[in-house]
Design a protein around this ligand. Structure first.
Ligand code: URQ
Ligand code: ZN
Ligand code: ZN
Length: 481
């Protein structure tokens, strides 16, 4: 038998429940989960006193993203390595074509960048403009390259922002392909106008950023995207839902049976907007991301949304810019590259603030950090599960491991940590990527290029149950003789 490993003595936790069991791995694949497994000659990995869970899936990262005149400081190797140190074994990143750039050309570029990844990855592809070639490339990507999700930025006017015409064309195309439309929901026209007004008032520092993107701006876009998707019968996924206004739009739609999914970032659950008024410009600038951090009542609502199933996935939107890069906006907050890190800390932050507070059970933790994303993006049970036949992407989770998050001890390639000083209990003791140990004993053992691209098939049959707008009876012509 090929190289056998057995993870012994742990409590296996999946989205379905938890049980004392061992996990037998042959090569890159889980072959058995249970007790008294035949494991002659297997390497034993001791998990006594620990949980054994599917490795985390982060459905929203931006490694080495060219953005706002610079390039994110985390690349695909360092980013997937930092992820492994935190228990995450797969990322879903984004191909973001420039307007007028062929989607296929951008896709090939990102595939080249991602080849250095240490663990598995896949890509959402952004639609940032529209013509027949975009329509055609979406088809090629969906049928030949395992892309089943297409992203739309409703923010970032004069850059990658989609207007309603693009949304309508692209949502329809995604629906017809059996692919999922996803959105960054902020009204980019309102942001642009508010930025101008705030800057003209002489507010040039990072405190101007949240003022130009209030929750209403996200709520409007979330509702608009949801309504467009409803009329077209297109399933929809909202990334980084950050506020009550957007959560209410998602909740209304889901309660009416519309197929809408929503994601929340770990940082939006535990960090508030007070950082924007920090006396240090650099400190405040490192919290400039979009949507911005919100006041406390929004965090409480997001936790309730996560607990109540209105938010299904957690992510990080890991998009790092070092202090000198952030300084591009020293005199104008509109020029501060938007983005924060967190790919290494997501799972510990969610365990500490979610499971240890009683908000989430360990099974719910697995669902929102791994399994739900695998199901929504159609790679379950290969990913996001621990059943025989699954990839052996596994984290041995030490529920008592306590650490203080700091840029000094972080493996992320960025000179700031948004969770700096936060003490968290619960962390990855050992992480395996397709059966290979990539993190153990506090040491990274990642190998550049060992990660694989994961194809995500479309959902042809998925769309049959789509809700159409109730008033949209089947259109018929009038016979006027
Ligand atoms: O908007 C995004 O998701 C990318 C450009 C990362 N930056 C951010 O501020 N969220
Ligand atoms: Zn975004
Ligand atoms: Zn993003």
């Amino acid at each position: 038998m090929a190289n056998l490993k057995i993870i012994q003595g742990g409590t296996v936790v999946t989205a379905e429940g938890e049980t004392r069991a061992d996990v037998l791995i042959e090569g890159e694949t889980v072959v058995a989960v249970g007790l008294d497994l035949a494991a002659d000659g297997a390497e034993v990995i001791d998990a006594t006193g620990a949980y054994v869970m599917p490795g985390g899936i982060d459905p929203h990262t931006h490694m080495e993203l060219p953005f706002m005149g610079t390039v994110a400081s985390e690349d695909f190797f360092s980013g997937t390595s930092a992820a492994a140190a935190g228990g995450t074994t797969m990322i879903l990143d984004f191909v973001i074509p420039a307007p007028q750039q062929r989607l296929m050309d951008a896709y090939k570029q990102w595939r080249e960048w991602a080849a250095k990844s240490a663990a598995d990855y896949s890509f959402h592809v952004a639609v940032t403009w529209w013509d027949q070639s975009v329509h055609d490339d979406m088809g090629t990507l969906a049928t030949e390259h395992g892309v089943n999700s297409f992203k739309h930025f409703m923010a970032y006017k004069n850059a990658i922002m989609c207007d309603d015409e693009v949304l309508v064309n692209s949502f329809s195309r995604a629906r017809d392909l059996g692919a999922l439309a996803t959105v960054h929901a902020e009204n980019g026209e309102l942001v642009y106008k508010l930025q101008q007004e705030i800057f003209d008032k002489g507010i040039t520092g990072p405190e101007g950023h949240p003022l130009s993107r209030p929750p209403e701006v996200e709520g409007e876009a979330a509702n608009r995207a949801i309504r467009i998707a409803e009329v077209l019968g297109a399933p929809l996924y909202l990334v980084h839902t950050s506020c009550i206004d957007a959560l209410e739009a998602v909740t209304r739609a889901r309660l009416e049976g519309q197929r809408v999914f929503a994601e929340v970032l770990a940082q939006h659950l535990v960090i508030d907007d007070s950082h924007y008024r920090n006396p240090s410009w650099e400190h405040a600038a490192h919290y400039v991301m979009s949507p911005p951090f919100r006041s406390k009542e929004h965090q409480d609502a997001l936790w309730r949304g996560l607990q109540g199933g209105m938010l299904q996935t957690t992510a990080t939107d890991h998009c790092c810019f070092c202090t000198p890069q952030k300084a591009a906006g020293k005199d104008d907050f509109r020029k501060i590259p938007n983005g924060t890190g967190g790919v290494e800390d997501r799972m510990s932050v969610l365990w500490h603030h979610g499971v240890r507070t009683g908000r989430l059970t360990p099974s719910e933790f697995v669902a929102v950090t791994s399994t739900n994303a695998a199901k929504i993006f159609n790679i379950h049970p290969r990913k996001g599960s621990l059943q025989p036949g699954a990839d052996a992407d596994i984290v041995i989770w030490d529920p008592e491991q306590t650490r203080t998050i700091s840029k000094e001890t972080s493996h992320q390639n960025v000179d700031f940590n948004i969770y700096e000083g936060m003490e968290v209990t619960g962390g990855a003791a050992t992480t395996l990527s397709r059966g290979n140990v990539v993190w153990a004993d506090g040491e990274l053992r990642t190998v550049k290029g060992a990660g694989k691209h994961i194809d995500r098939p479309c959902f042809p049959d998925y769309w049959e149950g789509q809700t159409k707008r109730n008033t949209l009876a089947e259109p018929t012509a009038v016979d006027r003789g």
